[in-house]
Write a protein of this length. Structure first.
Length: 84
């Protein structure tokens, strides 16, 4: 969250966004060599759109890295994941 990011003295900048409200990433096409999604995929309501955006902002040959948690928080996870 923003509070944690603001407290991180190693960061020079950050962007916070609610990708469930708007899955568009606020970056130009082919802007990054790598895109990371850290333990967040389970909570996306529009994962295909977010993944398409990740692809859009990656440079050719770039890497998209996903990590998943082995824990389930039923109060936070998207209902479709629980009903599957």
């Amino acid at each position: 969250n923003a509070r944690e990011l603001e407290a991180n003295q190693a960061l020079t900048e950050f962007v916070q966004a609610d990708l469930n409200s708007d899955p568009r990433l606020p970056f130009k096409d082919e802007s990054f060599d790598a895109v990371l999604n850290v333990v967040s995929v389970d909570y996306l309501s529009r994962p295909r759109e977010v993944f398409a955006e990740m692809h859009r902002v990656l440079r050719p040959g770039g890497q998209a890295i996903m990590s998943f948690s082995n824990r389930c928080f039923p109060t936070k996870v998207v209902r479709m994941w629980l009903d599957a």
